[in-house]
Design a protein around this ligand. Structure first.
Ligand code: ADP
Ligand code: MG
Length: 261
C-alpha cells in the first residue's frame, strides 16, 4: 500500500535563543493509505505540534513532510489544504458560539468553492449520526459529543483523504468517548481515510490504531504494533509504563509513573 503520510527529520523549535523549547526532535513516521496511526505520550511531549505543523498552523518546521507523495511547502495554497483536515481536542472551544451548525459547515464549502451545499450539509450530518434536525442549532444547544460530531462533520465535508485527530475524545465523558471512537472507525472504513491520531492515553489509540508511535520530550522513542499493544511486549520502559497505566488504570502504576529524561 502506498504511503499517505511520510515524515522525516522533523524538527520544531519555539522561542528565542537562550530560551528555546525543542518541541519536536528529529521525528519520523510513515502511515500507509487507509491506515490509522496513533501518537501517544504525556502532555507536553510534542504531539499536537506535529499535527499543527502538518496543517500549517505552526509554520517554522524543518525536515520533510510528504502527503500522498507530495512534499508540503511551508506556505499552503487553499487547494492543498482541502485534502488534510484536523479535528481539535476541545469541542467547546472549536465551534463559534454564535454560529449555527449550518454556518459552521457552510464556511469550508464557501472557502473551497464547492457547490450543492444543501445536499452536502445534510449528507454529512447524517454520516456523523446527527441528522438534518441539527442543522440550525447553536453550540450551546448541543452536548459535548454532539459538538464533536459537528467538528468531525466540518472536517469531513471537504472530503479529505487524511484526518488529523488531536485528542478527539479527551474532553468528553467516558460514556461518550467510545461512541465517538466507533464513529471515527466507521467513517475511516467507509471512506478509506488515513488517520493520524494523537492521545495521551494509550488505551484510546489502541482502540483505533494499527500502529502507535510513543513520544517522550519531543522524541519518538518507540513504534509499537497492534500485537505488542495487546501483549505489552514493548521495548522501552517508558512505553511499558504507558501500557500498564492503560490496562485497568492501575493506581500503583500511576503512582510509580516516572519521568524519563
Ligand atoms: P502535547 O500535544 O504532546 O501535549 P505540544 O505539542 O502541545 O505537546 O507541546 C510540546 C512543547 O512545545 C511543550 O513544551 C509546549 O509548551 C511547547 N509549545 C507548544 N506550542 C508552543 C508555542 N506556540 N509557543 C511556545 N511553546 C510551545
Ligand atoms: Mg496536545
Amino acid at each position: 500500500m502506498a504511503l499517505m503520510i511520510e515524515i522525516q527529520n522533523l524538527d520544531i523549535v519555539f522561542g528565542h535563543k537562550g530560551a528555546e523549547i525543542h518541541a519536536v526532535k528529529n521525528a519520523a513516521l510513515n502511515v500507509p493509505e487507509g491506515e490509522s496511526y496513533g501518537l501517544v505520550g504525556e502532555s507536553g511531549s510534542g504531539k499536537s505540534t506535529i499535527l499543527r505543523a502538518m496543517v500549517g498552523i505552526v509554520p517554522h518546521w524543518s525536515g520533510t513532510i510528504k502527503i500522498d507523495g507530495t512534499q508540503l511547502e511551508h506556505k499552503r495554497s487553499i487547494a492543498s489544504r482541502k485534502h488534510m483536515q484536523m479535528v481539535f481536542q476541545d469541542p467547546y472551544g472549536s465551534l463559534h458560539p454564535r454560529k449555527t451548525v449550518n454556518d459552521t459547515l457552510s464556511e469550508p464549502l464557501a472557502i473551497h468553492g464547492l457547490d450543492n451545499r444543501d445536499e452536502r450539509i445534510i449528507r454529512i450530518l447524517n454520516e456523523v449520526g446527527l441528522g438534518p434536525e441539527f442543522r440550525f442549532r447553536y453550540p450551546h444547544q448541543l452536548s459535548g459529543g454532539q459538538r464533536q460530531r459537528v467538528a468531525i462533520a466540518r472536517a469531513l465535508i471537504l472530503e479529505p483523504r487524511v484526518l488529523l485527530l488531536d485528542e478527539p475524545t479527551s474532553a468528553l465523558d467516558v460514556s461518550v468517548q467510545a461512541e465517538i471512537l466507533n464513529l471515527l472507525s466507521d467513517l475511516r472504513r467507509k471512506h478509506g481515510l488515513t488517520y493520524l491520531m494523537v492521545s495521551h492515553d494509550l488505551a484510546v489509540v489502541g482502540h483505533l490504531c494499527s500502529k502507535i508511535a510513543v513520544m517522550n520530550r519531543g522524541e519518538i522513542i518507540e513504534e509499537i504494533t497492534e500485537d505488542q499493544m495487546r501483549s505489552g511486549d514493548v521495548t522501552h520502559e517508558y512505553t511499558r509504563q504507558l501500557w500498564t497505566a492503560s490496562h485497568g488504570y492501575s493506581r500503583e502504576a500511576l503512582q510509580n509513573f516516572k519521568e524519563f529524561a
